[in-house]
Write a protein that binds this ligand. Structure first.
Ligand code: GLU
Length: 432
């Protein structure tokens, strides 16, 4: 039976690296009809926080990585003590007393060469001759990571330890412990590092962002998962868009890349855009609601759902995140808009009272207020005034939307409607 585990410490949020480790463990369990176990490594009682635990479990659930069992190391201290006593009895460990009389249990490292077969990297040989004796139970009674990890992996029948490359130096120490305790050594698979865009470790700036923050920025769980999958694995045939259920059919741990991956936000944006584009507009509108409400785009009243749907369709193809929609489309929902200062400076400093009021009049008089008649009336006005269209197009856009970029101007006017277009234009007309 395949049993794998994801073992986060609740001393921080779930980040890209942790999510990738969880994903590959989950996928391997699901691909092999095994079990995926969530083990909370909360032995450090001071640094472990409930808010981190909640964020980790919420984010895993949001990503779709459901677990079959959950356990907490803080509830297993007696087991670690029992196993440490076993090593003490066998003479493989000894007690060290601090000057204050506190006792720590120390493991006697046997100096030898240790071979580990890694499912991704192949055979790895470690030389333990320089390894110091290892603390198993600290003088405050808490177990060290390496000890608790081995006791748990062994007693929980973990068949495969799949974790990040950053743990590779722990592996030989753990192998020695398995042997001393008389436990079967599990299979190991060390996932390649994820580097930041500039080559170094992932930093706050380059992707070491909590999964919950990606959610709040408006990334979809499917695109994050798809992106994380492709960061260290290729489903073949140059396929890029792949969902979890299909990945389960194709995944094997041996096929994971050996080389480090680079986190690339542009690529994540590309994935998110692909998923947002394909989303049913109605569903997309539902997902956008909390974002719009949070940003205050709606005021107190719920927006007209049919109207929201129209506007969603207008922007859907170019969204990279759900937040993009709120940033770009807010002017359709807000009662009052405030133009971006630079846009106002550049396009609304000159007096366009005459042009704006003439255009407002023309729109008012349109019998069929549709996109093409709006455009025709604009073109006619330009011609009559003898000016270039860009002289008026940008200022009108800024007056109506507050921004310099957005959907086609005539579509904007159509969806804003006669009344709001008029109000927003006349705001810039000087009263004589
Ligand atoms: N708590 C460890 C970590 O978060 C787990 C490492 C392991 O998977 O063995 O890095």
């Amino acid at each position: 039976m395949i049993r794998v585990r994801f073992a986060p410490s609740p001393t921080g949020n779930l980040h890209i690296g942790g999510a990738r480790t969880a994903l590959f463990n989950w996928l391997y369990a699901r691909a092999k009809a095994g079990k995926f176990i969530l083990r909370i490594e909360d032995t450090d009682q001071l640094r472990s926080k409930k808010e981190f635990l909640d964020e980790i479990t919420y984010s895993l659930g949001w990503l779709g990585l459901n677990w079959d069992e959950i356990c907490y190391q803080s509830q297993r201290f007696s087991l670690y003590k029992e196993q440490a006593d076993k090593l003490l009895k066998a003479g493989s460990a000894y007690i060290e007393k601090s000057p204050e009389g506190a006792e720590a249990v120390i493991f006697k490292v046997s100096h030898q060469k240790i071979k580990v077969h890694d499912l991704i990297r192949g055979e790895i040989e470690f030389d333990a001759s320089n390894l110091k004796d290892q603390v198993l139970i600290k003088s405050d009674g808490t177990p060290t990571y390496n000890f608790a990890c081995v006791v748990d992996d062994a007693t929980m029948d973990i068949s495969h330890v799949i974790r990040g490359d950053d743990h590779i130096s722990n592996t030989p120490k753990q192998v020695l412990l398995y042997e001393a305790l008389g436990f079967k050594v599990p299979e190991f698979a060390h996932l390649p590092l994820i580097l930041g865009a500039e080559g170094g470790r992932l930093s706050k700036r380059t992707g070491a962002t909590a999964i919950s923050d990606y959610r709040k920025m408006g990334y979809l769980a499917q695109s994050l998962v798809n992106y994380l999958l492709l960061l260290s694995w290729a489903p073949g045939e140059n396929r890029e868009i792949i969902g979890l259920s299909e990945a389960i059919k194709l995944f094997d741990i041996q096929d994971v890349n050996k080389t480090a991956a680079t986190f690339d936000l542009d690529k994540l944006n590309w994935f998110n855009n692909q998923y947002l584009k394909k989303e049913d507009p109605q569903k997309l509108a539902e997902q956008l609601m909390p974002f719009l409400i949070e940003r205050g785009s709606f005021g107190k009243d719920n927006p007209d759902q049919a109207y929201l749907l129209e506007i969603v369709k207008l922007f859907q193809a170019r969204l990279n995140t759900l937040n993009d929609f709120v940033d770009w489309a807010d002017f359709f929902f807000l009662k009052e808009i405030t133009p971006e200062p630079q846009a106002q400076e550049k396009f609304l400093s000159a007096d366009l009272s005459k042009e704006f009021s003439l255009f407002a009049q023309r729109l008012e008089g349109l019998k069929d207020f549709d996109i093409s008649s709006i455009e025709t009336s604009f073109r006619e006005l330009i011609k009559e005034l003898g000016i270039e269209s860009k002289k008026l197009i940008h200022p009108i856009r800024v007056a109506l939307t507050g921004k310099t970029i957005g959907p086609g101007l005539f579509e904007v006017i159509y969806y804003l409607g006669k009344q709001r277009t008029r109000e927003r234009l006349l705001k810039w007309v000087k009263k004589s």
